[in-house]
Design a binder for this molecule. Structure first.
Ligand code: NAI
Length: 340
């Protein structure tokens, strides 16, 4: 096997969609040995902490991971495992390409935007406390170091993939210090990349602009919370979270995951759509420099969507997860003739 990859199947529909992705990658000939992490319930049964009893070590060793969704309690309960993984492993840049998939109904066609979200600080620092009963304080942490690091990543990404324009999204008119530092850090990096146009836009205006004319945007660079919100908003322009991938990238280490959640309403019914996790695994193959394989699977997936005969119900079809997976496998095994 050429690559060893940590696989975290996750909760809810996670095990169903990750099994589908494993089957498709195996059929494509990808030489991957999966270091599969047992279900969270298994750790809890043994009185072990999910993150610290093996997950972090496995990812640190293998340097690459594919992850299904994990449930997080709302208002109370333990902190998010997703956030803990990104922070502990310093996966500082969240990359979310948002692009139409032919055959998926959406508000716009021809959208092609990459969002780069700072992944380690901002309001996600998790520094909250009760000042006095009835008053709480959440701290928004922005550092020059993390802002510069993610800015450099974004400009390098633009250079590598031939992107032309980066918009930094902010609210520095109100948060003059924190969002101000984010902007001034980017402004120091931008001149090193004169071929890439650099612009700034206030977040509220950016939201309005992107839903009216997404084609004006090429890449967006955002702090953690704005990035979280705007990347889901952007996903909505091309058909929703079921058809967009994501990668969390650090120094020599990366974790790829679908951006949708655990879908408890359909878990166990065999109808979940594995597309988002499959697209994330395609990003992962490119990260592993398996470009030919990535392209073959991407072409097969696009063909199944163009034909539209074996799609799952969330994208307007009536196929089960198994039927969809088998259709993609057939298309991977028998690529369409050139020009089709
Ligand atoms: P969700 O994404 O799980 O579900 C929203 C709707 O989309 C549901 O109707 C669901 O059936 C549908 N859906 C989502 N993924 C689908 C797929 N692959 N195929 C077909 N339909 C799909 O969002 P929700 O309900 O807000 O969150 C549920 C849980 O997931 C929460 O505990 C949340 O914290 C967690 N979550 C985890 C994420 C992660 O691990 N990265 C991201 C988002 C939420």
């Amino acid at each position: 096997m050429k690559h060893t990859v940590t696989l975290i199947p996750g909760d809810g529909i996670g095990p169903e969609v990750s099994a589908a992705v494993r089957e498709i990658l195996a059929a494509s000939g990808a030489e991957i040995q999966w270091d599969e992490i047992p279900a969270r319930a298994e750790f809890e049964r043994r009185g072990l902490d999910f993150i610290n009893a093996g997950v972090l070590d496995s990812i640190r060793k293998n340097r690459v991971a594919l992850k299904g969704p994990m449930a997080t309690a709302i208002a109370g309960g333990p902190p998010s495992i997703n956030v803990a993984l990104r922070k502990n492993l310093e996966l500082f840049a969240n990359v979310r390409p948002v692009k139409n998939l032919a055959g998926v109904k959406s508000v716009f066609q021809g959208v092609d935007i990459v969002l780069i979200r700072e992944n380690t600080e901002d309001l996600y620092a998790g520094l909250e406390h009760t000042v006095v009963p009835g008053v709480v304080e959440s701290l928004k942490i922005i550092t020059e170091k993390a802002s510069t690091r993610v800015a450099r990543f974004a400009f390098e990404f633009a250079r590598k993939y031939g992107r032309k324009k980066i918009h930094a999204i902010h609210k520095a008119n109100i948060m003059k210090l924190s969002d101000g530092l984010f902007l001034t850090s980017i402004r120091k990096v931008a001149p090193e990349y004169p071929e890439i146009e650099y612009k700034e836009l206030i977040i509220d205006n950016a939201c309005m602009q992107i839903v009216m004319n997404p084609h004006q945007f090429d890449m967006l660079l955002l702090t953690n919370l704005y990035g979280d919100i705007m990347s889901d908003l952007a996903a909505g322009l091309v058909g929703g979270l079921g058809v967009v991938p994501s990668g969390n990238i650090g120094e020599g280490m990366a974790l790829f995951e679908a951006v949708h959640g655990t879908a408890p309403d359909i878990a166990g019914k065999g109808i979940a759509n594995p597309t988002a996790l499959l697209m994330s695994s395609i990003m992962m193959l490119r990260y592993l420099q398996e470009d030919a394989l990535a392209e073959r699977i991407e072409n097969a997936l696009q063909r199944i969507y163009r034909e539209g005969k074996t799609l799952t119900s969330d994208v307007g079809g009536n196929a089960t997860t198994k039927e969809f997976t088998e259709a993609v496998i057939r298309a991977v095994e028998k690529p369409a003739p050139v020009g089709n």
